[in-house]
Design a binder for this molecule. Structure first.
Ligand code: NAP
Length: 270
């Protein structure tokens, strides 16, 4: 959002995080008084929430903290009397599907992270029925730690790498999610509700890694397909978590770039 904000100068931005960082306000979204004061003092009329407890394994051990940040904070953000756009996840679904999930499909989270994120959606809509929720998946960007950067690092360090091929989804460039958020904000009509948004196309983590290495010019690392059971995840991961984006495309009249296109743009910035 911060990078794209330069191309959208018609707004005043207040970027915040729970910890101190350059050009960033410190704000804990679980602190009702602090959030209310921040919204009032800065005359904020729209909140975009990407803050979350995102460590899937740790959430299993400390669901209470995950619930506080992923769910209770959503009642706080949703009750400020301003518009809200909230980022949610494919983990609200079981991952057992075989066709892309629609917004109307039944949810069945299998992890503490998924349960707390789904609870956050419900709590937000209970206090702010006009909110927009964008469920996304497999996010990466040139910043912070993410799968793309890890695979580039490992590809340079190792001669051989096993990557799971039995989990299917859609890698999503964070810049394209930010573009989707601006599409919602700058639409002439406010269209509340839940939407699915990822890049187009599908692949496994194995296929994704091959594409990352090819685009990053990594040739000396052999990438092997492995099963999830060989990787020994602490917390089960969804086998199929492709999201159907028809509602977003139809409502906002847009086409969405393919994941390969997003990956090419991201790697071009590294
Ligand atoms: N990454 C994915 O593949 C993926 C997939 C689907 C959906 N999502 C959703 O997309 C959003 C962004 O995900 P991400 O992977 O970019 O997450 P991330 O890198 O973990 O960023 C989340 C941010 O929230 C901050 N935060 C935690 N507790 C907070 C609090 N109480 N008040 C204010 N900020 C707080 C974190 O700060 P600290 O780092 O200091 O804790 C961190 O900067 C999340 O809503 C996530 O559920 C992500």
């Amino acid at each position: 959002m911060r990078v794209l904000s330069a191309a959208h100068p018609g707004h005043t931005y207040f970027f915040s995080d729970v910890v101190e960082a350059e050009n960033t306000y410190v704000l804990d979204i679980t602190d009702r008084e602090a959030v209310s004061a921040f919204v009032e003092q800065n005359a904020i009329d729209l909140i975009v929430n990407g803050a979350a407890y995102t460590n899937v394994d740790k959430a299993e051990e400390d669901e209470a903290t995950a619930m506080k940040i992923n769910a209770e904070a959503l009642s706080v953000l949703g009750s400020q009397g301003v518009k809200v756009i909230h980022v949610s996840t494919d983990y609200v679904f079981s991952g057992d599907e075989h066709v892309p999930c629609r917004e109307t499909d039944p949810v069945a989270p299998r992890t503490a992270y998924g349960r707390t994120k789904y609870e956050g959606e419900k709590r937000l809509l209970a206090v702010c029925p006009e909110a927009v929720i964008l469920r996304t998946a497999w996010l990466y960007s040139p910043y912070g730690n993410n799968f793309v950067k890890t695979m580039i690092r490992l590809g340079k360090e190792k001669e051989s790498l096993g990557v799971v091929f039995d989990q299917i989804g859609t890698p999503t460039y964070a810049a394209d999610l930010a573009w989707a958020i601006f599409t919602v904000i700058e639409s002439h009509v406010w269209h509340p509700g839940i939407y699915h948004f990822t890049n187009e196309g599908v692949c496994s983590w194995f296929d994704f890694t091959l594409a990352i290495h090819e685009l990053a010019g990594i040739t000396k690392c052999q990438v092997r397909p492995i099963l999830s059971e060989e990787y020994a995840y602490k917390t089960p991961r969804p086998h199929y978590s492709v999201l159907d984006k028809s509602k977003f495309k139809k409502t906002f009249g847009v086409e969405i770039p393919h994941w390969m296109d997003g990956l090419r743009r991201c790697i071009g910035k590294l």
